[in-house]
Structure formats: C-alpha cells, structure tokens
Design a protein around this ligand. Structure first.
Ligand code: SAM
Length: 230
C-alpha cells in the first residue's frame, strides 16, 4: 500500500506543501526523492494521490495528481463517552477507537473521576492522525472538551444510548434503531455510582453488560464499540 501522510493545511490547490512531523518522516525516515508517490489527506474527507516535486531540509512540495472521494467511515455517527485511563492506556484507547471508526470521543468526568485525565489536545490529535494514517480513514475522529456525566445524560441525544455497567444486558438483547446515531458511555476505574446509573436509566439510556468479568476501561470500550458497530 502507498504510504499515507496527513496535511494539517487544507489540500485545496496543487502544489501543496508538507511541513513538520509529516515532512520529517517523509524526508528523513522514508528518504523520499523527487518522483516518490504518496497518498495525502487533510482529514476533511477524500484523499489525493500525490507526487513529490521538490524537497528541502524541512519541507516537501507535492503535486496533487488525482483526488479520490473515498471514505472509510461507519454508516452511523458513533460517539464514545469515556472516563479516560491514564498514560499508554489512554493512547491505546484513542488510537483503537479511531481505527474502529468512532466519530467522536468525549472525555467523561463522573463522581469517581472528578478531574479529567485527558492528555493535552495536541497529543490526542496526534494519536488520531497516526491511527488514521494507518487504517485509511480520511476523516479525523473528533475529541471534544471533557463533559460531566450529569450534563451528558440530560441532553436529548436520540434513541441509541448505552451505558456499560456490570450486570447490564448483553448486546444481543438491546433495543437498537438501525441507522441512528449511537452513544456509548464507559465509566472510570471505580465504576459508575448507583445514582449515576439511575439518572441514566431515567433519561432512557440502556444498561449494557459484557458478562461476568470486570474489564479495564479500554477493554470494555473497544469490545462494545466493535460489537455495536458490527
Ligand atoms: N468496580 C467497577 C464496577 O463494578 O463498575 C469496575 C469498573 S471497570 C474497571 C470500568 C468501566 O468499564 C465500568 O464503569 C464499565 O463502564 C465498564 N465495564 C467493565 N467491565 C464491564 C462489564 N463486565 N460489563 C459492562 N461494563 C463493564
């Protein structure tokens, strides 16, 4: 497969210029030369087949040869609201959520995770870009500002709202509207409180379970994203 690169500037006219990390990788890791062919995307949809036409120490000029309107998105908008784990586990979760096609990730704060553990926005954005380059997505997963559980459940979000909690019903027994936006919430290490689960139930969220074992945040999140989007 031709290597994929991300342009943080809109690809509107040819030639385009790659700078920063992407140019560094192309120049100093891949040792690109004039004539090297790549795929480049700007996260706004579609991708370009492009050819390197000029190189400097820090920048790469690209002739944009052919645009392809190819998207590799899910058929419905999928929002994952999750009390993020820390460090490498957070990175892993963000990358895998992007690979699985999650449209939007909401860092969640709950009674047992009052402070958001989200890493700086630029770092999170980089994880999303790396995952998108790898998996072929041409639209970037959005990462919103942290949101409190009470705020999220009080919104009118439509029919497909699921909160993962041990003891909930299996995915096969859930009531789902096909082709409707879907929301999935995953709690912190200490779990959701009884009050938080009651609040969700009253607001029409369905309580979904993953069997008898208690899973880490990221395991539960990715297992459910995969099952709900299958
Ligand atoms: N002691 C906590 C409890 O009982 O809720 C465990 C929390 S678990 C480490 C973190 C989150 O992952 C939970 O809040 C829930 O959203 C999800 N989770 C983990 N195991 C689950 C399971 N078997 N069924 C449903 N959700 C699960």
């Amino acid at each position: 497969m031709t290597d994929r690169y991300f342009s943080d500037e809109p690809l509107e006219e040819s030639p385009a210029t790659l700078r920063g990390k992407e140019a560094h990788h192309l120049l100093h890791v891949m040792r690109a030369k004039v004539g090297t062919e790549i795929i480049v995307f700007d996260g706004r949809g579609g991708e370009w087949w492009a050819e390197v036409t000029k190189l400097s120490r820090t920048e790469v000029e690209l002739a944009l040869r052919k645009h392809r309107h190819v998207e590799r998105e899910l058929t419905v908008e999928f929002t994952l609201a999750v009390a993020l784990p820390k460090g490498d586990r957070q990175r892993w979760l963000v990358e895998k959520a992007a690979e699985l096609g999650v449209t939007r990730l909401v860092p969640l704060t709950t009674a047992r995770s009052m402070a958001s553990t989200a890493e700086p926005a630029a770092k999170l954005a980089r994880y999303v870009i790396e995952a998108s380059k790898q998996c072929g997505r041409n639209r970037l997963m959005e990462i919103t500002k942290p949101q409190a559980w009470g705020e999220l459940v009080s919104q009118d979000l439509g029919a497909n709202k699921f909160v993962a909690h041990p003891g909930g019903v299996g995915v096969g027994e859930l009531q789902r509207v096909i082709n409707a936006a879907t929301f999935l919430a995953i709690g912190p290490e200490g779990g959701f409180t009884d009050d938080e689960i009651s609040l969700a139930r009253e607001a029409g969220w369905q309580i979904v379970g993953l069997g008898t074992r208690i899973l880490r945040i990221e395991t539960a999140a990715l297992a459910l994203v995969a099952q709900l989007t299958a």
